[in-house]
Design a protein around this ligand. Sequence first.
Ligand SMILES: Nc1ncnc2c1ncn2[C@@H]1O[C@H](COP(=O)(O)OP(=O)(O)OP(=O)(O)O)[C@@H](O)[C@H]1O
Ligand SMILES: [Mg+2]
Length: 398
Amino acid sequence: MRHSFLSKLLGKFERVGPREIQGVFLSLVKEKGFLEAIFNALQEGIIVLDNLGKIKYSNLAVQRLFGVSPDDILGKEIQKCIPLIDWPELISLGKVISRDFQVFYPEPRYFNLSLIPLEGLGDKNAAYIAIFYDITATREKTLEAIESEKLNLLTMLAAGVAHELGNPINALGIHFQLIEKKYKKLLQQKNGQIGDKEIENSFAAIRSEIRRLDGIINQFLKAIRPSPPKLRLLSLNQVLKQAVEFLSPEIQNLDILIEMDLDQGLPLLRADRNQLKQAFYNILKNGIEAVGKNGIIKISTHADDSFLIVSFQDNGTGIAQEAMSHLFKPYFTTKSSGTGLGLLIVRRIIRDHGGEVQIESQKGKGTTVKILLPRAERLIRLLPMAEKAKQTEARCDE
Ligand SMILES: Nc1ncnc2c1ncn2[C@@H]1O[C@H](COP(=O)(O)OP(=O)(O)OP(=O)(O)O)[C@@H](O)[C@H]1O
Ligand SMILES: [Mg+2]
């Protein structure tokens, strides 16, 4: 349509007066401004290329997505402005192409690029239109789904192995008790002869290691058995105090100072008490292990409009930058006796409650773990609003 309009105009060109030309010119300028406003309002980045790969047009989103200004890149080769893609190769294919790629600047993001030849649209120099869709959020969701699927499989496998280990450990314990008894009996038969100190030390070590193994497996099974949270209204502050109480032998042994700054006006939370206790226990245990003797752990609670927030701040070893992205991976540990499952379990529990875990750390200075849990009344508040919306809709329909 636009072509026929222009052809007609050109056909009449010699017959039209300067006033008419001015009018047409103004409406073209207006239309250009209108189209530009539309293109600049789009979330997708759009670049028009000529047949040599030079940029003829780019919208504002390109600046936001790639950190390059549309004015600066105008007339330049796209390969120089967005070098992550092999543009000459894509252009040489001469057909519609869709590719996913990743950029690291100005921030890490994933994109889908659609490169579409513009043949037949009248402009001989504009050869391609490149549309960039930001797919970071969708991709993250897919990765999360894969991760959670993997985690479920892993949890089942681990639970099975741990359960199977329980039987031989039991048998070991029983046989060890029998050996100990027999040893004591033999000593008695030899008229109360004093036992061999080395053997007795070994007995003590075996006894404590069997107990430790048993403890680890029980804890592990308790922690990883996936069960949906049994939600009850409870006091977050109280659960925190119980988790601290549970670890008080370690806290006292190491002379660790626990500073509690709990908001007494905190609303009740809808949560599973045992699961939350488990999550707080894991975070506190990490804090204790990080601060060591005479360390300080500050625990505080407060609420905002959407969440109840718990913060665990320690002045321990801190976490190295390169470790930060691995913290929630199964079996990631920097400790000789760690399982590397603690934080992963924390995240699973908090996510099952609709919440979020945030970790900030500075090597050598300390770590802050923040837990955000949605306010109990958030859902309740939403319901009447939805109801109201329905009523309004119904009234509009009438
Ligand atoms: N408060 C903290 N301070 C310093 N490093 C921490 C802290 N919390 C976690 N980390 C780091 O994150 C890693 C993973 O923690 P996670 O709790 O998942 O496993 P773990 O503590 O190593 O083992 P487990 O919890 O099974 O005993 C730790 O090995 C440690 O390097
Ligand atoms: Mg841990």
